[in-house]
Ligand binder design. Structure first.
Ligand SMILES: *Cc1c(COP(=O)(O)O)cnc(C)c1O
Length: 382
């Protein structure tokens, strides 16, 4: 890792290591090897690829540098990262989580962790009193997402972090929507930051990856132990793709965020649209709080159609965006949350949370905004 801490765009390009130390190659090679020779029977820096390899090391060092962590960890997917980070908890522990969190995380907390003796309570984390009220004697951690997905509710990160410190609870934040460029949770007091690097960090909708980092050396030691013991690691080729994607994050995110702002404002004026959820819109609930803890509104927004009958024609007529459960790619992605990203959540729970069948999420890509708007407009017209 470089001794000097560079500014974000420089870090993105030069990362933890920016050339192959053995050959000077401009990209770290894909070390497609499962094991490493032990000269005279003694291990070198790398001994077996589950424990570490130079391709993975590059992205692990990079996420630590970007978030201000002491060490980074790369996993085979965002869910592998979430599961591996939550392995800091043990049987008998209780966890507090937001009501409207990513569908896959909801499924993990509801159907997998209980089998390991870890229970979760889902509360409105935008209300600190509700978070505080949910703390039980066996509560060990608070898991957060802000802005939340898909309704963009804003949780006070400094507030929850202070409460957690007072009650000796660990805090986890899924920072996928913001990326380290827009929100730096470790600086706000959060213990463990998680990314689905499948989204903005990878940025090209061509790989699955997850990243974790922490500023606490003791937690880093435990995360490293579990990563090696459990083995849900990111492979060398995907590490290479991720390192490559990360280099252009600043440019991609700026362009996508700009497009999201344009689409959000125009959608808010469109007669077929009931409301738009985007923290960049003037008067959006939680916007001021968001702006105190993040430096941009991001590139994802949701909107609610007035009539359910308009959903099917929209999905049929729209041509540029891919219709899929993902976000953060260079191409615009349109998600019907009800049936895609939040399919794992039971219908009644979704209804109660306000995730309706008329809700559509857009992850703005980096295309020309006018093309995106013309396409959406024709798909929204009857
Ligand atoms: C996609 C996503 C995940 C899961 O990541 P995978 O790479 O698909 O396993 C977790 N959290 C959020 C916010 C996501 O958008």
């Amino acid at each position: 890792m470089p001794n000097k801490i560079y500014r974000p765009a420089t870090l993105l390009v030069h990362q933890g290591i920016d050339r192959d130390p053995h050959t000077g190659a401009s990209a770290i090679p894909i070390y497609q090897a499962s094991t490493y020779h032990h000269p005279e029977g003694k291990p070198g820096e790398y001994d077996y690829a589950r424990s570490g390899n130079p391709s993975r090391q590059q992205v692990e060092d990079t996420i630590a540098l970007l978030e201000g962590g002491v060490r980074g960890f790369a996993y085979a997917s965002g869910m592998a990262a979430i599961g591996s980070a939550l392995a800091l908890l043990k049987s008998g522990d209780h966890l507090i989580a937001p009501e409207d969190l990513y569908g896959g995380s909801w499924r993990y907390l509801n159907t997998v962790l209980p089998q390991q003796g870890i229970t979760a309570s889902f509360v409105d984390t935008t209300d600190l009193a509700k978070v505080s009220g949910a703390i039980a004697p066996n509560t060990r951690a608070i898991f957060l997402e802000t802005p939340s997905n898909p309704l963009f509710r804003i949780t006070d990160l400094r507030g929850v972090a202070a409460l957690a410190k007072e009650r000796q609870l660990l805090t986890f934040l899924d920072n996928t929507f913001m990326t380290p460029l827009l929100q730096r949770p470790l600086d706000l007091g959060i213990d463990v930051v998680i990314h689905s690097a499948t989204k903005f960090l990878g940025g090209h909708s061509d790989l699955l990856a997850g990243l974790v980092t922490t500023a606490d050396p003791e937690l880093a030691k435990r995360l490293k132990h579990f990563q090696n013991a459990f083995g849900a690691v990111l492979g060398p080729f995907d590490s290479f793709l991720l390192a490559r994607g990360i280099k252009t994050l600043k440019l991609r995110l700026a362009a996508a965020q700009n497009n999201a702002g344009i689409l959000a404002e125009r959608l808010a004026e469109h007669p077929a649209i009931k409301c738009v959820y985007y923290p960049g819109l003037a008067g959006f609930p939680g916007r001021d709080l968001h702006n105190r803890q993040a430096s941009g509104a991001g590139a994802v927004l949701s909107f609610e159609l007035r009539e359910e009958a308009r959903v099917k024609p929209l999905l049929e007529k729209v041509r540029l965006p891919i219709i899929a459960p993902s976000l953060g790619g260079v191409e615009t992605i349109l998600t019907h949350c009800w049936s895609m990203s939040h399919a794992a959540i039971p219908a009644a729970t979704k209804q109660a949370l306000g995730i309706r069948e008329t809700l559509v999420r857009i992850s703005a890509g980096i295309e020309d905004a006018e093309d995106l708007w013309e396409d959406l407009e024709q798909a929204l017209s009857v």
